[in-house]
Design a protein around this ligand. Sequence first.
Ligand code: ADP
Ligand code: MG
Length: 703
Amino acid sequence: MTATLDVTQVFGSNVFNQKVMKERLPKETYKALIKTMEQGTTLPSDVANVVANAMKDWAIEKGATHYTHWFQPLTGKTAEKHDSFISPTADGSVIMEFSGKQLNQGEPDASSFPSGGLRSTFEARGYTAWDCTSPAFLKEDAAGNVTLCIPTAFCSYTGEALDKKTPLLRSMEAVSKQAVRVLRALGNKSVTRVAATVGPEQEYFLIDKKYYDQRPDLMMAGRTLFGSPAPKGQELEDQYFGAIKDRILAFMKDLDTELWKMGVSSKTKHNEVAPAQFEMAPIFSTTNIATDHNQLVMETMQKVALRHDLVCLLHEKPFAGVNGSGKHNNWSLATDEGANLLEPGKTPHDNEQFLVFLSAVLTAVDRHADKLRASAANPGNDLRLGANEAPPAIISIFMGTELTAILNNLAKGKKAESAGQHVLQIGVDSLPNLPKDATDRNRTSPFAFTGNKFEFRMVPSSASISGPNVVLNTIVAEALDEIATRLEKAKKNLDQECAAIVREAAVKHSRVIYNGNGYSEEWVKEAKKRGIPNIRSTVEALGYMANASAEKLFEKYKVLSKGELHSRYEIYLENYVKTINIEAQCSVYMVKRLFMPAVMTFTERLAQTISILKSVGAPTTVQKDVLARVSTHLENASDKLAALEATLKKAQAVGDILAKAEAYRDKVFTAQADLRSDIDALEQLLPSEAWPVPTYADMLFKL
Ligand code: ADP
Ligand code: MG
């Protein structure tokens, strides 16, 4: 029997949270720190020294020897450089030290992080600054090392954001400010802050490490670049929510424990649709903590998997022919008094407020669908969006039948009548009870209202959730800003103005509402008619994140300057190019070094067999037939390999980054897919033991 886990004791045991702060800090320091955390300002140095010292003592008691400023560069991953606490003394020994300055600020040599031209290498220093709204925590590894991690923002010396956290914090500020204005105008005088809340559900695959180790494509590209489908896929729908195997449960138990220690509220786990696919969901929190935690989730999944001789694949489409992985980014707005602003209320006033905030989201998403789409773009998602398991590349909102009916009626100037019976007058009447629409389970909508929050389902599984939330927060901030201005002017005619706001949003922006099957061809046509963008590729989507409209929006709300925006555009385009380049090079490598030699050995053996059979007068028709078919695919593969190498060379020579990315998308990527078809056909013709890499059946079904 293993000891039972006291979750309440384990949870947050490695977090320097408010409870620990209260225990360990002098009262005045504690108060000053809480104030700083609430206001998001920097900690005065005297206070910082006391906090740092308490933090160090706490960490050392828990076994820590090192600390790190933990940050989120534009790679989308996290970065850390460990420094020990040691400080030499005159007698040749050391003491353990950690100052307020070291807590507040770090200076990593940042020249090797992407900056998209924001910082030239000769002035390579960036600096990291503690984001005290996200608590410090300890990371433990399997070897027993414990490191104190300080969540930080990462900027250049001139103050430009070089990371994913800084714009996120700015966008939270923007949406808070505008939401508070709206609430004030509606008569709420007590709310001082509104937080964007996020609960990101994370999908992932697990495969046996011994298979992973034999697949260069998984190791280099994170996905299979070759592989013919297993005889069984997901058609029996027997994996989704199926009984979880012991080996996987053992992994999940360790994962939960590690996450709980770091204060990540891992809540739900289950089998996903594809074989060997799983999901975990945390309890939602404020956007920046949710973003930090999602990074920890991805990192911990990968680490813990290895302890179980498994490998965790976070790629959006590791296997062709079965579902890929995404993240469902559940998003809402909550006041500092704990009210969810997207929760339909019970009183007329609550309903009015709800409809006003709902209109803001409706307006924001319709106006800036292109930016939302861009925020979910990455090369992995190109293989997924629009395929039948993922939301289509078209942004639409699922509102459910009740809400849609209400908005439609309002748009038509009728008194909002829902379900034919109830007449709604904004500010006077209550909304009818809104049943959580069962149809939101159809999963075909990229942006679904699920009762008291919106679920953005397009987010790539391997990416930081920062980008999508920066966009969401900022576009909603803009819509709320306009609403607040109207309401502030309206003064006495508040109810009428609210009604006008909701009606106008319904008239202008209802086109983005679609409750039908988002996967259908019909919707593609309908969306075109409605003038809703259908942005199919990453290269195309990225163009919308740095155009004039994006510049205006993000500058206005001080979320990203023009320079910062363009640096991101460049970095993501470069990342696209590099990713497809790696995939192409890896394809060439595998075909030349693994597949062609294996096929040639096989044909040679078969040819020998044929001549032996012939010499004894035995029939050779079957052998000859196989040989002929294999040889044809081999020749095709050889031609296509040459074609891939030629296009790759051409693409590599293109100078302009956009033209280069387009060349990779239109030429290299397609040449590689073309080559794959012959290799996959060969896999089906050769005996299992002659095939040099593990098959889909091995990887997906032998867990
Ligand atoms: P499902 O999507 O399967 O119905 P839930 O409704 O439980 O599951 O929620 C899924 C995710 O949404 C969870 O991470 C949950 O914490 C999060 N969530 C719930 N309420 C909110 C909210 N107000 N803001 C942001 N996320 C939320
Ligand atoms: Mg969900």
